[in-house]
Write a protein of this length. Structure first.
Length: 258
């Protein structure tokens, strides 16, 4: 089986998906209403969204940063919200040192950007713009690793690949007040809030008429835990996998009837 893979942010992927250019679109957030309308306008039929893994969106700082071990949602919002002028760590919390704050994050086409800004700042895409943006997470890693006062955020996999160069910041759970580190256990027990998230594959209903699409998705669900671990994502829980498999089986049956 030959598979062509393109690279873009979630928003860019949905644009191609809703133009009918691709069968499957990976996504780090659910499809928005305006994107679903675009699919409808282009006669892209009923779409299926499959949860294929979990992620712990990770806030990282430079390894020399020994003070920001745990941050609250309010502190992150103070840093990242639209109009923020915070440019020094001493302005984030009393007692933090006088160190310039250097910010690195994904571009505005990224699902990670949408998710982070929504759960931290209260509205998707509401963010300060005076930070170094890149769709390439490796660029963000390099930036934070090269600045003592650096801070960034991206998916858990890029942190685990670079944990020897970066520190992960624990997030203060808004309900319990406990500082919680990103990881499989804290995602599965729902304590890493609000930065844990599901990851999806979207598929057009018409694509299920193609045996290679069926075979590809079937392989993913049969080997989900191994694939997630290899990609350094958090595997699905048994309940999540059961729901995803049921949705897939129903889609295949519907395609056979049509």
């Amino acid at each position: 089986m030959k598979i062509t893979v393109g690279i873009s942010g979630t928003g860019g992927g949905f644009q191609r998906f809703c133009k009918g250019e691709i069968d499957l679109s990976d996504a780090s957030r659910p499809m928005k209403v305006v994107e679903a309308q675009s699919c409808k306008d282009n006669n892209i039929g009923y779409r299926r969204a499959f949860t294929v893994a979990n992620d712990a969106l990770t806030v990282v700082v430079n390894q020399q940063n020994t003070w920001a071990t745990c941050l609250s949602v309010d502190e992150l919002k103070k840093i990242w919200n639209a109009g923020s002028k915070v440019d020094n760590w001493k302005d984030v919390r009393a007692g933090f040192p006088d160190v310039p704050l250097r910010l690195f994050g994904p571009g505005t086409d990224s699902g990670t950007f949408d998710y982070f800004t929504e759960v931290i700042n209260g509205k998707a895409k509401q963010s300060r713009s005076d930070y170094q943006a890149s769709e390439d997470d490796n660029v963000l890693v390099q930036g934070v690793a090269g600045e003592r006062g650096g801070m960034g955020y991206f998916g858990y996999s890029y942190y685990t690949e670079n944990r020897s160069r970066l520190n992960a910041v624990q997030i203060r759970n808004p309900k319990t007040g406990q500082c919680v580190a990103p990881g499989a256990e804290t995602v599965h027990n729902n304590t890493y809030k609000p930065l844990s998230r599901p990851l999806f594959i979207y598929a057009k209903a018409s694509s299920f008429k193609r045996t290679e699409v069926q075979a590809f998705l079937d392989y993913i669900f049969d080997h989900e835990a191994q694939i997630a671990a290899r990609a350094r994502f958090v595997p699905l829980t048994k309940a999540q996998l059961k729901r995803a498999r049921t949705t897939f089986d129903l889609a295949v049956k519907a395609a056979r009837r049509s």
